[in-house]
Design a protein around this ligand. Structure first.
Ligand code: NCD
Length: 311
C-alpha cells in the first residue's frame, strides 16, 4: 500500500499515494479533535526536526504530530549547534543517525538537500520540509486535504496560485499535486517572480499574466508571500505598489466563484499579497490549512515509520 522509504517531493508520488496520505490524514484529523489526542502507534520511535531555515507552522506541527503518535521528538537548532563551527550537513546528519534516530524532518535552503541525505544515510527516513525553491510536499498535501474537505473533490477545480512563484517550493509542490489530481492550475506572478518554463511546474499548469485573469471564475485562490529574503537585492516594486497590482482584495475576489476559498501557506504579509480583511473573512481557510497540517504530518510519520523495520 505504501512503498516509499522517504518523502522527498510530490514528484515521486502517484495519485494513489496522494490518496493514501489524505485518507489516513482524515483519521488523524478526527482524532486530533478529540479531548484525548494521543495514540501509542509510534511509541519508542525517535523523530529529529532539523530546520536550517525559519519555521513556525511546519516545525511545530511536525513536533505535535510526533507527540500525538507518542514518538520521541528532538529539535536541533542549527544556529546553536556545531553547524556554526563549520560542521557539514552530512556530518551533522550522520551523528544524529548514530544516536539511532528513526526519521529526520529536514528544512534547508538548498534544493535537493533532502534527496542528498536520503541517498547517503542508510537507516533513517527523511521527510523534506522544504528544500530551497524545490519542494515542500507536506504543505501541498495539507493544502489538498483542506481543498478536499471544503469542496469535496480536487478533480476539475480551478486553482489560481498567485505571488512569488519563482521562489516558492509551495507553488511547485502544489502545481504538481493539483495537476496530478486533475485540477486546472493557473500561475500568476510579476515577471520578476515567475520562473522561466513555469508551465513545466505541473501537468496542468498555465501561466496567466494578470491577477484578474487568474482569479476569474476560480474555485480556489492561493496567495503566496513575496520571499524578499531570497531576492538577494531589492524587489521590483514597493509593498504598496505590489498590493495594488498583485494583492488580493475584496474587489478582486468578486471575480472568483461565489463560493471560492482563499488559501495562504503562511507567514502572511498582511496588506501586501493579501488584504487583511480577506485573510480574516469567512472565505479564508488559512487556519484550516494549519489544522490540517498536524493531521497530514501524523499520516506521513505513520506511513513512513510503520512500514519499516524497528531499529
Ligand atoms: C512556506 C515555506 O517555508 O516554504 N511556509 C510554510 O512552510 N508554511 C512559505 C513561505 O515562507 O512564504
Amino acid at each position: 500500500m505504501w512503498r516509499h522509504r522517504h518523502l522527498l517531493g510530490i514528484e515521486e508520488l502517484d495519485v494513489h499515494d496522494i490518496d493514501v496520505v489524505l485518507d489516513r490524514a482524515e483519521h488523524w484529523f478526527e482524532r486530533s479533535r478529540k479531548t484525548v489526542k494521543k495514540d501509542a502507534l509510534l511509541q519508542g520511535r525517535t523523530v529529529v526536526n532539523l530546520f536550517f531555515e525559519a519555521s513556525t507552522r511546519t516545525r511545530t506541527s511536525f513536533e505535535l504530530a510526533s507527540h500525538r503518535l507518542s514518538a520521541d521528538v528532538v529539535n536541533v537548532n542549527p544556529s546553536i549547534s556545531s553547524v556554526t563551527k563549520g560542521e557539514t550537513l552530512l556530518d551533522t546528519a550522520k551523528n544524529l543517525e548514530a544516536m539511532r534516530a528513526d526519521l529526520f524532518v529536514l528544512r534547508h535552503a538548498s534544493s535537493g538537500a533532502a534527496a542528498f541525505l536520503a541517498k547517503r544515510l542508510t537507516d533513517v527516513a527523511i521527510v523534506n520540509a522544504g528544500d530551497g525553491a524545490h519542494e515542500h510536499p507536506t504543505q501541498a498535501l495539507l493544502d489538498a486535504f483542506t481543498i478536499r474537505r471544503r469542496k469535496g473533490r480536487i478533480e476539475g477545480l480551478v486553482v489560481a496560485i498567485c505571488g512569488d512563484i519563482a521562489h516558492s517550493r509551495v507553488a511547485r509542490s502544489n502545481a504538481l499535486l493539483l495537476g496530478k489530481k486533475g485540477a486546472e492550475v493557473r500561475l500568476c506572478a510579476l515577471k520578476t517572480m515567475m520562473p522561466r518554463h513555469a508551465e513545466a511546474l505541473g501537468p496542468t499548469a498555465r501561466v496567466v499574466p494578470r491577477l484578474e485573469q487568474a482569479v476569474d471564475g476560480a474555485d480556489v485562490v492561493m496567495m503566496l508571500r513575496v520571499q524578499t529574503e531570497r531576492f538577494g537585492g531589492a524587489m521590483m516594486s514597493t509593498p504598496r505598489e505590489y498590493a495594488r497590482t498583485f494583492g488580493l482584495n475584496a474587489g478582486m475576489l468578486t471575480r472568483a466563484k461565489a463560493d471560492a476559498i482563499v488559501m495562504h501557506p503562511g507567514p502572511i504579509n498582511r496588506g501586501v499579497e493579501l488584504d487583511t480583511r480577506i485573510a480574516d473573512s469567512d472565505c479564508s481557510v488559512i487556519l484550516d490549512q494549519v489544522e490540517a497540517g498536524v493531521a497530514v504530518r501524523m499520516a506521513v510519520l505513520e506511513l513512513l515509520l510503520t512500514n519499516r523495520p524497528q531499529r
